[in-house]
Design a protein around this ligand. Structure first.
Ligand code: ATP
Length: 434
């Protein structure tokens, strides 16, 4: 049979897991294994696509899954669809209040309107009805379980065009170990990091105090290694020593760490809640701490002023933010939450403002003078000299505790979509894999 007559089938799956367990990546891995048993392999790596980080019903990182296969005939299409649906039915966490699985099957090439749908599923919030109407328009077959909210993400997962990409290798636990403490050899993770960073990243937290590849939820994932290409995540995986048996692993092509959620070219006055932006602004109100350890400050771009926040989980990042001052010029990357506060993911300090302190004058005898009383000038405490009409002296404050450059939240607080500075500095964000 020639290639022309083959059927290209895109499969999208989303919203099968809950905070209590499972992971749609694991379910995808199970499905791919079942397909492999009947001789069907995906055309490329399965995709793990992260969508709008502000989606209300997400479990963790708002991820949706997809893969593409080429099939000989309708009979094969039916077989694949049955395997996918049977396993979604078998493994989904239906008890989860917010678990509403959705599956999509689409034949043919991805169109521009599908690509637009997908990028807007990162920028905006959709309704299930909107996704359902869109599926009808493009001729996709959708399957909704419970409310079927997952169709929003599954359509986006098959449709997104990747203009930058990273890879994540996910290793899975044996079923009997799920829910117990993960048994990984820590030293091997540090060694893996030494050998593969910066082509892998986010393995160790920013202060190097703990390893960051293992999740802290009762899901089937033992660890995830993120990197710029499939080879490096495979190499890194071979260097990690696990003291528990790994049931399987799978490499996913992803839009994680690409800043694909960040929109440019918007002025503050036009920015809307639950969207993410990159923009230039000037600090207009000094940072201050509020209860709970959150740090707030304001910026303006001349069109409006907006409150920015470095929340408590961003830990040491807050120390840098506290050093900002009115007049500092920044390029800010972050998302506007439901309260219209900008949750900062990273920023570039472009220009440090000169700020001043105001001091009493120094007396001719060398001693700093004291106030002689309201509107009465200054008096030297040592020699008694009086200065009747002198003003305070303006002196620039040294600001060598902060430098021009990029600053980002630590690994643990980073959104899946956020591009780590190291990918920018090494130019890894400019290389698309074949
Ligand atoms: P995990 O990271 O463990 O896979 P999750 O955070 O991906 O979990 P899901 O269980 O996938 O969470 O739930 C997210 C839900 O939000 C899905 O039903 C998905 O279809 C929906 N969703 C995704 N993008 C949007 C959007 N832009 N607008 C509205 N809903 C969305």
């Amino acid at each position: 049979m020639n290639k022309e007559s083959k059927i290209k089938l895109h499969v999208g799956i989303d919203d099968t897991d809950s905070a209590e367990g499972m992971c749609t990546t694991y379910l995808t891995c199970i499905i791919l294994n079942k397909l492999n048993e009947i001789g069907i392999k995906p055309l490329n790596y399965p995709r793990l696509i992260r969508l709008n980080p502000f989606a209300r019903y997400k479990t963790r990182g708002n991820g949706a899954l997809s893969f593409v296969i080429e099939l000989n005939d309708r009979n094969d299409v039916n077989k694949v669809e049955k395997i996918v649906l049977d396993n979604v039915e078998k493994y989904s966490m239906f008890d989860g209040v917010n678990t509403n699985p959705g599956v999509v099957f689409y034949e043919g090439e991805i169109t521009q309107e599908m690509k637009d749908y997908a990028i807007n599923a990162i920028y905006k919030i959709y309704t299930i009805d909107y996704a359902e109407d869109f599926a009808k328009e493009i001729g996709a077959r959708i399957y909704k379980f419970k409310k079927g909210r997952g169709i929003i993400g599954s359509i986006a997962a098959i449709s997104l065009e990747l203009t930058d990409e990273t890879f994540e290798l996910l290793a899975y636990r044996m079923p009997e170990n799920i829910g117990t403490k993960r048994q990984l050899n820590e030293d091997s993770i540090y060694k893996m990091n030494e050998e593969t960073y910066p082509d892998t990243f986010d393995n160790i937290d920013i202060e190097g105090e703990y390893t960051a590849i293992e999740p802290h939820t009762p899901c089937p994932v033992l660890y995830g290694i993120r990197g710029n290409n499939p080879e490096i995540v495979k190499k890194a995986h071979s260097l990690v020593i696990s003291e528990e048996k790994i049931s399987d692993y799978c490499i996913f092509r992803t839009n994680q760490h690409t800043d694909m959620h960040i929109q440019s070219g918007f002025k503050i006055k036009d920015m809307v809640n639950t969207s993410c932006y990159k923009f230039d602004a000037i600090v207009s109100e000094n940072p201050h701490d509020i209860k709970g350890g959150h740090v707030f400050f304001k910026v303006t771009d001349g069109t409006d002023e907006i409150e920015c926040a470095a929340f408590e989980p961003t830990k040491t990042f807050r120390n840098i933010v506290r050093k900002l001052s009115v007049g500092d010029e920044l390029t800010i990357y972050g998302g506007l939450n439901e309260n219209h506060t900008l949750n900062i993911e990273k920023f570039k300090l472009n220009k440090i403002a000169t700020i001043y302190k105001y001091l009493n004058p120094v007396c001719g005898c060398g001693k700093r003078m004291k106030s002689a009383g309201k509107n009465k000038g200054f008096k030297c405490p040592k020699c008694g000299t009086i200065l009747r009409n002198s003003d305070k002296i303006k002196e620039p404050i040294e600001r060598d505790d902060i430098k021009v450059g990029f600053y980002e939240v630590p690994t643990e607080a980073r959104r899946h979509l956020s591009k780590p500075i190291i990918r920018i500095e090494t130019g890894a964000d400019q290389i698309l894999q074949k």
